[in-house]
Design a binder for this molecule. Structure first.
Ligand code: TXA
Ligand code: MG
Length: 352
């Protein structure tokens, strides 16, 4: 499960003094030292940036919840760099987990297993289970190995906001709440890991993500069920009930081929609107933000959260976003877009 890859620890363009101070190349050792002392370090993974603390240190883990403004009933993912670390975290590794680990680790797949007593209850929000994954990123792996114990990390955004896929997003969003930021450049996958519960009955996808449901089914030769909010996944993955990915503007979803009527309507409305599309649009509309992401669904996933953050900076009041078919990584894209448009979780508590 350890497949080291060469990637440069790049320095992103500094947008603020705080960011310049934190995101210097070669700062890995400093990140390791801060984590060892019980601090918070943001680090790149292949999916999104994580906000890490030592997983076996309950006081350090509590700092994650307060830095993010995260409700205490929303459990964290524990990141491991070796099988020995996995054994410390989970009491039991069922055969189906072995198959998934062989097929997808390191990678964007999180497994929910029975929690070992070594993992403090605060990590799992008091559940008897633990979510664990091995990230496919050399900086993340070097950090975990350097600390010498698993690292608990949610996405490095304030609770309810879009996940950061660049170090500068973390700096702008978290400010002084994080002690150090490691910069690995833009994340490759762009949406978070797939979360699969293996603790009860047949495998169930609690959150669609970077590994597709189709690939999981092929790897285990077994049907997986998909959780839905209001369904069993809400009870089994408490975080899914909260509003997520919410930028500071409204989102309207536009199906492919629906652009002409959507644009005609917005041109008349006088709103400051933006466009995030895959199709080439023939008209030059009066949008304050216009981004086309060419290529397939993986390219769309990779650029999605960054585009939401850019559109926010452009001051849009409404962003028109093109939908994709809900297959492959498209299922994760549409999950995030529907949550950002508050079609999911509308009736639940909105967190800041
Ligand atoms: O790609 C990712 O998964 C990123 C990177 C940093 O690894 N992390 C991430 O963490 O997205 P977070 O905290 O933003 O999302 C974790 C999800 C939440 O929906 C949470 O409810 C669920 O995993 N989760 C965590 N522990 C769980 C458990 N024991 N049972 C069920 N769901 C769990
Ligand atoms: Mg998150």
């Amino acid at each position: 499960m350890e497949r080291p890859k060469k990637r440069k620890n790049r320095t992103a363009p500094a947008r603020s003094e705080g960011h310049e101070r934190r995101a210097r190349a070669g700062s890995l050792q400093k990140g390791i030292d801060i984590l060892k002392r019980g601090g918070l370090v943001a680090f790149p993974t292949e999916t999104v940036y994580g906000l890490g603390a030592k997983a076996f240190d309950p006081e350090a883990v509590m700092k994650i919840f307060s830095a993010k403004g995260r409700p205490a009933d929303n459990p964290l993912i524990v990141h491991v760099a070796s099988r020995a670390q996995l054994r410390l975290v989970a009491d039991e590794i069922p055969p189906v987990a072995e198959k998934l680990i062989a097929a997808f680790w390191p990678g964007p797949l999180t497994l929910v297993l029975r929690r070992s007593s070594k993992v403090p209850p605060v990590v799992s929000a008091g559940l008897g289970t633990v979510a664990v994954r091995c990230p496919d990123h050399p900086i993340a792996l070097a950090l975990i190995r350097g600390v010498g114990e698993p690292v608990a990390a949610p996405s490095a955004n304030r609770s309810g906001r879009p996940s950061p896929t660049r170090a500068e997003h973390v700096a702008e969003e978290m400010g002084e709440a994080v002690d150090w930021i490691l910069d690995g450049g833009p994340c490759r996958v762009g949406v978070e890991s797939t979360v699969v519960d293996l603790t009860e009955g047949p495998p169930r996808i609690l959150r669609p993500g970077g590994v597709t449901a189709e690939a999981i089914q092929r790897a285990i030769d077994e049907k997986v069920s998909l959780g839905s909010v209001g369904g069993p996944s809400e009870a089994r993955s408490p975080g899914m009930k909260y509003r997520h990915y919410a930028p500071r503007f409204k989102i309207a979803l536009v199906p492919p081929g629906g652009w002409n009527s959507a644009l005609a309507k917005e041109e008349r409305s006088g709103k400051r609107f933006g466009i995030l599309c895959r199709e080439k649009l023939s008209e030059g509309p009066t949008a304050v933000y216009h981004r086309r992401i060419a290529g397939g669904a993986p390219a769309y996933a990779q650029a999605l959260f960054a585009a939401l953050i850019e559109a926010e900076a452009a001051g849009v009041e409404l962003l028109l976003v093109e939908t994709v078919p809900k297959k492959g990584v498209g299922a994760a894209i549409m999950d995030r877009l529907e949550r950002a448009a508050a079609k999911i979780g509308r009736r639940t508590i909105e967190v800041q």
